[in-house]
Design a protein around this ligand. Structure first.
Ligand SMILES: Cc1cc2nc3c(=O)[nH]c(=O)nc-3n(C[C@H](O)[C@H](O)[C@H](O)COP(=O)(O)OP(=O)(O)OC[C@H]3O[C@@H](n4cnc5c(N)ncnc54)[C@H](O)[C@@H]3O)c2cc1C
Length: 479
């Protein structure tokens, strides 16, 4: 028995087989892992990607729109691999919308989850990435502050995978944490944004929904604008509704329904009559703890019936709607963040900060589903802010990079950089940095950042000049 009352037993040391060896290993195949692997493999390095589930895409497969492609001034500020991915989804599978302006979210890009899984996997395979599903990262192999590889658990058993550089795209900083990199969780009180089990309804008359909002006389508006003017809905067939607070209050009062959210959040799907609902909310869940995750799944699922009853009985256009499915897993908004060579802060975001080592530009506002109540905090900065390379480089471990929602940022800054277009942009930068590191035989912390930025521009990544204009590829800028 330990001091904490937890019983421990000794696990005998054992030899485990080395199942693979790569130049670059990416852990996690979500938005950031996808682009990290594609960029790392772009000139022929041996790249592996392990994913605990049976598909790639991460949170891009749970019915969410991709946010972040358009900036607060309306222009596109994420390009490169994320843009290529969206274009291919649209071209080959009708699996993505264009980047649609949205007054609240700046830009929304609707994607079809099944198309995401298929196209992302095709791109990885074509790029020569060795994808390994059903494989859980179980521990980092560290010697003298160098990560030699990882231990994995799967049906195969326990094996080791070795790599020169590892990129942690687990969303939870699983690799960094296991390797001894200092990490933080949540706000000053340890509170983390609550997770949501997304679910899907069909049979929704989305035109009736949007026109009810657009045409309601001002005094009868059920849609307390929540920053999106009602007129917007008259012009847009694909949209996100965030609001209808008074309808929720009415449903609670009249029927005693339990709705864990102040706002009705409806996302139109790409298929006619289909919508995804982002309204369950399980406060107090810790996405790095299996027991807590299980509780989250149980409570999230239990919340669905009342939310469906509310939608069908109170929200226009839902009269004939019916439940079809939940997302494949509880969506986790926030867990660990690494402490890196630089910690991005709320001040950086709100000051639209430029960084000399910028590897991506972002513009999504600070958007925090508050850990302690049913509301949300939103803060805009009016323009774009840079993501510095140093926030992808963890303290302590020389040959590890982190991309996605667990980079080095405060709780508040993480609320802004967490959206999926930004995660894909960070992944692309991390993959390219890993490639430069392996090619040049230098630790990622010591690579020439100007070389990384040059390569980013050469590959069509959006970066800014000091005056805020788009930076051109170096060869073009010189001409
Ligand atoms: C409910 C909800 C609503 C959101 N709404 C939006 C929205 O509308 N638009 C938007 O752009 N963003 C939204 N976000 C944010 C966004 O989805 C995430 O921040 C983003 O997907 C993070 O990307 P990532 O690559 O860091 O991690 P993830 O998308 O979480 O991907 C991580 C991947 O790593 C795998 N993995 C994790 N641990 C291991 C392990 N130990 N071993 C092997 N594999 C592992 C996972 O299976 C997963 O595939 C939302 C998030 C949630 C939860």
């Amino acid at each position: 028995m330990s001091m904490t009352g937890v019983r421990f037993i000794e696990e005998p040391a054992r030899s485990i087989p080395v199942s693979a060896e790569y130049d670059v290993l990416v852990v996690g195949g979500g938005p950031s892992g996808l682009t990290a692997a594609l960029a790392a493999a772009e000139d022929g390095l041996r790249v592996g990607l392990i994913e605990s589930r049976s598909f790639v895409g991460g949170n891009m497969t749970i019915g969410l729109p991709v946010l972040g492609f358009l900036g607060q001034k309306g222009n596109q500020i994420i390009d490169g691999l994320p843009q290529k991915f969206i274009e291919r989804l649209r071209r080959e599978r009708d699996g993505a919308s264009e980047h649609r302006p949205c007054p609240l979210h700046m830009g929304i890009t609707l994607v079809e989850p099944e198309a995401v899984k298929t196209v992302a996997l095709e791109m990885l395979i074509e790029a020569g990435v060795d994808v390994l599903f059903y494989t859980f990262f179980a521990g980092a192999l560290v010697e003298n502050d160098i990560i030699r590889g990882v231990v994995t658990e799967s049906k195969t058993g326990r094996t080791a995978i070795l790599a020169k550089v590892v990129i942690d795209c687990s969303g939870d900083a699983d690799v960094a944490y296991s390797a001894g990199v200092p990490t933080e969780k949540g706000n000053a009180d340890g509170g983390m944004q609550p997770p949501t089990l997304m679910f899907c309804l069909a049979g929704v008359d989305t035109d009736a929904l949007r026109m009810s909002i657009a045409n309601a006389p001002p005094e009868a508006r059920t849609y307390l604008t929540d920053f999106i003017p009602a007129e917007y809905f008259g012009q847009n067939r694909q949209f996100i509704v965030v609001g209808m607070r008074e309808l929720i209050a009415k449903a609670k009062a009249e029927r005693g329904l339990e709705i864990p959210n102040e706002r009705t959040i409806i996302i139109t799907g790409l298929k006619k009559g289909e919508v995804w609902i982002n309204m369950t909310r399980v406060k107090g869940t810790d996405g790095t703890n299996a027991r807590s995750l299980t509780k989250g799944e149980i409570e999230g699922r239990a919340q669905i019936d009342d939310i469906v009853t509310y939608l069908v009985n109170y929200v226009p256009g839902f009269e004939k709607a019916y439940f079809t499915k939940t997302a494949p897993f509880l969506g986790i908004r926030e867990t660990r963040r690494i402490l890196g060579q630089y910690v991005m802060t709320q001040e950086d975001v709100l000051a639209c900060k430029h960084f000399d080592d910028a590897i991506a530009v972002a513009s999504y506002p600070i958007d925090i589903h508050r850990p302690s109540d049913d509301g949300c905090t939103l803060i805009w900065c009016g323009d774009c802010y840079d993501i510095p390379y140093r926030s992808l480089v963890p303290q302590k471990i020389g040959n590890l990079l982190v991309a996605g929602r667990s980079i080095s940022a405060t709780h508040e800054a993480m609320g802004a950089i967490r959206v999926m277009a930004t995660c894909m942009a960070m992944g692309e930068a991390a993959g390219r940095a890993a490639k430069i590191s392996v090619r040049g035989n230098r630790s990622p912390a010591d690579i020439d950042i100007e070389e990384l930025r040059r390569q980013q521009l050469d590959h069509g990544v959006y970066l800014r000049n000091p005056d805020g204009s788009r930076a051109g590829p170096p060869n073009r800028a010189a001409a």
